[in-house]
Write a protein that binds this ligand. Structure first.
Ligand SMILES: [Zn+2]
Ligand SMILES: [Zn+2]
Ligand SMILES: [Zn+2]
Ligand SMILES: [Zn+2]
Length: 150
């Protein structure tokens, strides 16, 4: 996920030839430049909540529409298969680790063996995940289950 920020340009004589990407009208006032496009300040809004994004961080959706980060994550963030909450970056902007296994996404902290609840490593090592029949398992529990099946 990449968050963009905006350069506010306040030169009307430069702006006068630009068309707004959202409404198609000439921009004679402040130009918002984002994603190599130009917008009216009032047209550069979140596709979901319609709030002006201004100089806030935002993200781009599938067809070029923009979202405030909160709505972007609501729409696009993967859901953790263990706790059912969205996997979104923390308040300080660092990405929360999204572990993918068996086609599902997990918070790093939710990526645990389903039997003994030990936290699994996203790396394919001794402490990694040894899935069996769609279950996340640590190596020990995997081996126990396999030997128990005989
Ligand atoms: Zn516009
Ligand atoms: Zn929004
Ligand atoms: Zn989770
Ligand atoms: Zn285990």
């Amino acid at each position: 996920m990449v968050a963009f920020s905006v350069d506010l340009v306040t030169f009307p004589w430069l702006a006068s030839l630009e068309l707004c990407w959202a409404c198609g009208e000439v921009i004679t006032d402040h130009v918002i430049r984002a994603l190599e496009r130009a917008y009216h300040l009032s047209c550069f809004t979140c596709a979901t909540c319609k709030q002006e994004i201004g100089e806030q961080a935002f993200a781009q959706g599938e067809v070029g529409e923009v979202y405030c980060l909160r709505d972007y994550y609501r729409k696009y963030a993967p859901k953790c298969n263990a706790c059912n909450k969205l996997i979104i970056p923390k308040e300080d902007g660092t990405d929360s680790y999204n572990v993918q296994c068996l086609g599902n996404s997990y918070h790093e902290n939710c990526y645990r063996c389903e039997v003994c609840v030990i936290q699994l490593s996203p790396e394919p090592n001794e402490h990694g995940c040894y899935p069996l029949e769609g279950k996340l398992l640590c190596k020990t529990c995997h081996l126990n289950l396999v030997s128990g099946q005989h």
